[in-house]
Design a protein around this ligand. Structure first.
Ligand code: ADP
Ligand code: ZN
Length: 622
């Protein structure tokens, strides 16, 4: 393979990508110059190339420290497809193979070596490294040093040793965790004080954010998956293990290839399900947040939140697992009053101290603000991470601007109802009273006698639910868990009750039916736009037309890829990414030279698959 000192030429020759993304070129330059780097980039931003390329260009082998043993094999397989000499060392690898890898390292026959931190830290391995030539150390998922995050790995704390023992070797730490506190911890614990820090925009322009009002949750989820993502891979996040199991089963009963993942399952079951998701093309995983860091699949087309996440950080990290390949992807959430009640209860009833509860409460409020906003979701999200932006054109609110209504009168009625019933009842009963329903509970508490009984007949039950939810989200009422989810007034309730303040609310969050056809179109169009996505620009052409994409050829290519991946027992995307297949089907290359220009076709892949691909192109378009 042709490698030379020029990073861009190596990028093109080996990986078949025309240009660097974002700050990749700068980061690579820093490492090639022998300096250290701290890289903060969103998931899917392209962190791996930042250490892979310098490992190819610097003398010696790049050592990549990663906690994700389950993924190492796939990463190594993907690199080998590009002709890179890569290997992994971890507990899943047998003694003999480990010896072979070690001698290849000493003989200078490796470009990249992935190791688990516990392996790296053994005295034997450190001694071996001292005898080898090392291009750089890459510490992936560097936020694992943070004792406050839920990905904490104690071994990561000892990685400072690299600085002491291999002083001259450049080190790069990489993470998708954005907050400043974690960043400081990484610098401190990994002794990266002199590292240059590279912060990328955390925007993921190819992800479309949608938040719908939960009505009949399962049906909504099913429709979303069937109408917009049939036959595609996705993740559905639920809060509890039980809900994970039930939802996975239910989806499976509806004919979706859905499987469960949560920490309560046996390791074997978990690993099997993760491997199926990773390797097959159209598996839907229903999971708790335990399913997370280990997902390295580029073609996850949607992430759905069936329950409200705990914070915007969590939401963003989870949704970030969609669309790593830069193609259009969906982040979809169903949200309702019960979520707010449940989350508040979890905070109130937790063992945490008051400060912690206050912080959790504030995080929940920020998330509710995102759910209720009538403005651009992306602007809200990025603002939360300290980035200013303008309306994105690729979220539900931008695409289908919600209308607002003057809810002053409704808010007053609702708050009076809370007050008159003694601030002791939950939403269901309050709505019964407003609608004038003679339920058992109404009779028991004599609530038909109250002045508020039946004053809400002008709105339907669903509208009242919406009003109460927004009242809580906007801070005009609060949920008290020490009293079984009873709604209470807040200081902000007063001016509304006294008609001194008006209240605007957004209309029902509607499901926005987007036809299957238009979504497919946008997937194709996204490809032609992927160059601009790669350059960090907004994918303006996300809803363009799919003219010129040969569906037949695409199918043929996928079938061939599947057969190839089975034969080699690697995931399909390791052979070629979707993006590459669609580009071939759109451009119909007429020669190997033209095929070489398609993104993702490096020299090695051209050599290995070029003729087969050309035969398929010619077959479909003689
Ligand atoms: P991260 O580790 O930051 O989540 P990856 O390194 O897995 O992201 O990269 C995400 C995707 O982007 C991969 O499919 C990768 O091949 C692709 N990619 C990375 N850099 C480029 C580039 N310069 N041009 C085109 N595609 C790229
Ligand atoms: Zn928007």
């Amino acid at each position: 393979m042709s490698r030379n000192d020029d990073p861009i030429k190596t990028l093109q020759a080996v990986f078949g990508y025309p240009a660097f993304r974002g700050r990749q070129a700068e980061i690579i330059g820093q490492l090639l110059g022998g300096g250290d780097a701290l890289v903060l980039m969103p998931t899917g931003g392209g962190k791996s190339l930042c250490y892979q390329l310098p490992s190819l260009l610097r003398p010696g082998c790049g050592i990549v420290i990663s906690p994700l043993i389950a993924l190492m094999q796939d990463q190594v397989a993907a690199l080998r497809q590009y002709g890179v000499r890569a290997a992994a060392l971890n507990s899943a690898i047998g003694l003999r193979e480990a010896r072979e890898v070690e001698s290849a390292l000493l003989a200078g026959e490796l470009d990249l070596l992935y190791v688990a931190p516990e392996r790296l830290l053994t005295p034997g391995f450190l001694a071996l490294l001292e005898r080898a030539r090392i291009a750089l150390f890459a510490i992936d998922e560097a936020h694992c040093v943070s004792q406050w995050g839920h990905d904490f790995r104690p071994e990561y704390l000892q990685l400072g040793v690299l600085h002491e023992r291999f002083a001259g070797v450049p080190r790069v730490a990489l993470t998708a965790t954005a907050d400043p506190l974690t960043r400081e911890e990484i610098v401190e614990r990994l002794a990266l004080h002199s590292a240059q820090v590279f912060v990328s925009s955390f925007d993921r322009p190819n992800i479309r954010y949608t938040i719908v009002d939960r009505k009949e949750a399962r049906q909504q989820l099913l429709r979303f998956i069937r109408d917009e993502h049939a036959g595609q891979a996705g993740v559905v996040y639920c809060l509890s293990r039980r809900k994970v199991d039930e939802t996975a089963q239910w989806l499976a009963d509806q004919g979706i290839d859905a499987i469960a993942y949560h920490a309560g399952m046996s390791t074997t079951d978990r690993e099997r399900n993760q491997a199926r998701f990773q390797r097959e093309e159209a598996v839907v995983v229903v999971a708790t947040i335990a399913f997370g860091m280990g997902i390295d699949k580029p073609d996850v087309r949607f992430v759905a939140h069936f329950d409200l996440p705990k914070s915007i950080e969590g939401y963003y990290q989870e949704t970030g697992r969609a669309g790593r390949d830069g193609l259009p992807a969906d982040a979809w959430m169903a949200y309702g009053m019960t979520d707010v009640v449940q989350q508040r209860r979890m905070i109130d009833e937790s063992e945490a101290d008051e400060t912690h509860k206050r912080v959790s409460g504030a995080k929940l409020d920020a998330l509710l603000g995102l759910c209720e906003t009538a403005g651009c979701r992306r602007v809200r999200l990025l603002e939360y991470f300290g980035e200013l932006s303008t309306a994105c054109g690729n979220c539900d609110n931008c695409l289908f601007p919600p209308s607002t209504w003057d809810a002053t009168d409704a808010a007053r009625k609702a708050l009076s109802c809370i007050y008159r019933t003694g601030q002791r009842f939950g939403v269901l009963h309050l709505i019964d009273v407003l609608l004038g329903r003679e339920t058992g509970r109404v009779r028991r508490w004599n609530h038909a006698q109250l002045s508020v009984f039946g004053i809400g007949a002008d709105l339907a039950e669903a509208q009242w639910r919406n009003v109460f939810r927004q009242l809580v989200a906007l801070g005009f009422a609060r949920v008290d868990h020490t009293a079984h989810g009873a709604l209470k007034l807040t200081p902000a309730s007063r001016p509304v009750l006294r008609a001194e303040q008006s209240v605007q609310m957004r209309r029902d969050l509607r499901e926005k039916p987007v036809s299957k056809k238009s979504r497919r179109k946008s997937l194709f169009a996204g490809l032609t736009a992927s160059a601009s996505v790669a350059a960090g620009a907004a994918p303006a052409a996300l809803s363009g037309s799919d003219q010129g994409v040969s569906e037949q050829l695409l199918q043929d290519l996928r079938a061939w890829r599947l057969a190839e991946s089975r034969e080699q027992s690697v995931p399909a995307y390791v052979i070629l990414h979707d993006a590459t297949l669609v580009q071939i089907a759109a451009q119909l290359p007429q020669s190997l030279e033209q095929l070489a220009l398609v993104q993702g076709i490096g020299e090695r892949k051209l050599e290995r698959y070029g003729e087969k691909i050309m035969a398929l192109v010619r077959g479909a378009h003689p």
